[in-house]
Write a new protein. Sequence first.
Length: 326
Amino acid sequence: MGTERHTAGCVCLCRSLRPLASLVAVLATVGLAACAPAVQRTGPAPSSRQMAEFWIEPTDTPRNLTDGPLYDGVKPASDAHYEILSKDTRGFSITYRVRDTRAREWNVKIGPESQTEVVTSRILWALGYHEVPSYFVERWVGVAKGRPPQQFGGARFRPRHLPVKSVGTWSWQRNPFVGTPPYNGLLVLMMILNGTDLKNDNNELYEVAGGARERASRWYVVKDLGASLGETGRFDPRRGHIDAFEREPFITGVDNGRVRFGYRGRHRELLERITVDDVRWMCGRLQRIDDRQWRDAFKAGNFMDDVAARYVAKIRQKVDEGLKLQ
């Protein structure tokens, strides 16, 4: 009897707190909207030379999405031993700094973002956005000092020593490219891929060593792309979840030429100026990715063929939806 009364009391208390919880949620949303930073271009319209730091028009030859943006031809080996130098548990995914038998160091990410980050970075690179190499390794062995070897499952490997040097982060809200088709188009692409983590901490600014690469000596890169190909949301949305990806809407309407998206993640202020033309600009470019490239991009992230086919079908459905906008 005492247990029944206790349960009933908890139910009543929860019910009484629901209006308060709803009010807190509304006030939080209003507060976040009020505090949203202004989206503004820094400086005059970028020249073609400056735009190349952010995006370049790909050549007629389709990019190789199996290998991605290789620099020295070196890939991490599967089923190999890697010395664990450090471990970081602060972010959503656990990451390791490891060294292989040839003394090359790698940044390794495990968890659900390991596959999605590889695929999404391949797609951005195929469209002309700068990306650094990333690879999915299905199995690897970590060796920490004083401990027996440990078998690890799938992980995203990224080389630590590259011909680019990080000089900090760059802001989605304030940068030289705000309002340009490649900038707005990238935001549209994030909506198509359900990239839900539009944080400035995920953006890296690089200086290119030894002369220009991809026609630029400085790169603006969206580097952390793992929160994608699932659902959008503020609190722990599912990554790499095909059922959620298929369910979530892309476009919910158009108001005076401005497009409304089904996006539920952070920094929705970035989308307020996206126009029909911006959506069509990106969707037209996505049409140029051929069947082999789509297949190679998802294979690089170790997605099963049937799941990859569902992703590509949904992406193409979104592309058709965008191209039909008036």
